[in-house]
Design a protein. Structure first.
Length: 265
């Protein structure tokens, strides 16, 4: 599924949300529906002390598996691409500062018919997330300074090495659509791949012959069960050569959840 082809229902849910009195009053300062405005704006005001570093970490952990946001290097495709969504809103005249309210409203009251779960974040953490999205959505360039190192680059951990027939390849604990490493080595024979996953996002691990990269090449040699909290295991018998390990959850491999396994004689 391409990130841009969000269904009309998805697009219209945001259009409706943007026209709620709270969002409009906060953005334009129009003195209507004061009670709603106060309720809607107090959380936005609280966001002035927001910590965007914690916000980035929480966005990656709680939102990035479903949403693409270039600055956060997340590539989820279940929900709308937030750079594209807010680019459209900004072009239509939404003030950047009003993005906070839109994000907070969406997290507090997601569309009941949509795929976005309720109660993902609240309070200070939600304010932090909303502040980070506000400064990042459709913002050119890359995060710098402390923000740049707030989250480890996906797959950048030390290569996984098989020992005694066991090969540990953990899923990224930060919720990124990645394993901690995109490189692994093993010796030929029977190998049990273990994938601890503490992220809360559903993942598995599958193996395919050859260096397939981000797109599938043929039928997997084997695939583990899916887990969101726990350890998935996969036992395979491997000949020397190059293999690709990857997650079979929709969109995860394309988002970067794959790596290369080199099997030596
Ligand atoms: C399990 C997947 C999933 C997760 C996790 C998720 N979302 Fe969503 N999100 C969606 C879907 C699907 C939609 C579109 C349907 C809807 O409005 O509910 C959406 C819509 C949105 C929108 C409106 C965008 C638009 O174009 O209308 C925003 C903003 C948003 N999400 C922010 C967040 C934030 C912030 C988090 C983390 C706290 C988050 N989402 C976590 C799936 C998800």
């Amino acid at each position: 599924m391409s990130l841009t082809d969000a269904t009309p229902a998805v697009r219209s849910s945001r259009q409706v949300r943007l026209r709620t009195p709270a969002a409009r009053t906060c953005a334009g300062g129009v003195l209507v529906a004061l009670a709603i405005a106060l309720a809607g704006c107090s959380s936005i005001k609280g966001g002035d002390n927001a910590n965007v570093i914690l916000g980035k970490q929480a966005f990656v952990a709680k939102c990035g598996s479903c949403h693409t946001l270039a600055r956060a290097e997340t590539k989820g495709s279940v929900g709308p691409n937030l750079d594209e969504a807010f680019r459209a809103d900004l072009a239509e005249g939404l003030q950047r500062s009003a993005i906070r309210g839109v994000v907070e409203d969406q997290v507090k009251i997601p569309n009941p018919e949509g795929a976005m779960p309720k109660d993902l974040a609240s309070g200070a953490i939600l304010a932090d997330i909303a502040a980070y999205v506000t400064q990042s959505a459709d913002a050119p360039g890359k995060d710098t300074g402390l923000l740049a190192t707030a989250v480890q680059a996906p797959g950048a951990g030390k290569p996984a090495v098989e020992a005694g027939g066991k090969l540990p390849i953990p899923a990224s604990p930060s919720g990124q659509l990645a394993y901690v490493t995109n490189k692994a080595t093993a010796t030929a024979g029977s190998v049990t791949i273990e994938m601890p996953n503490m992220s809360g996002v559903m993942h598995n691990i599958a193996i395919e012959a050859g260096e397939g990269g981000a797109t599938a090449k043929g039928t997997p040699i084997g695939a583990s069960q899916f887990v969101s909290k726990g350890t998935a295991t996969l036992k395979v018998s491997l000949k020397p050569g190059a293999y690709t390990f990857f997650c079979q959850a929709p969109g995860h491999r394309a988002a970067g959840m794959w790596g290369t396994l080199t099997v030596k004689p």
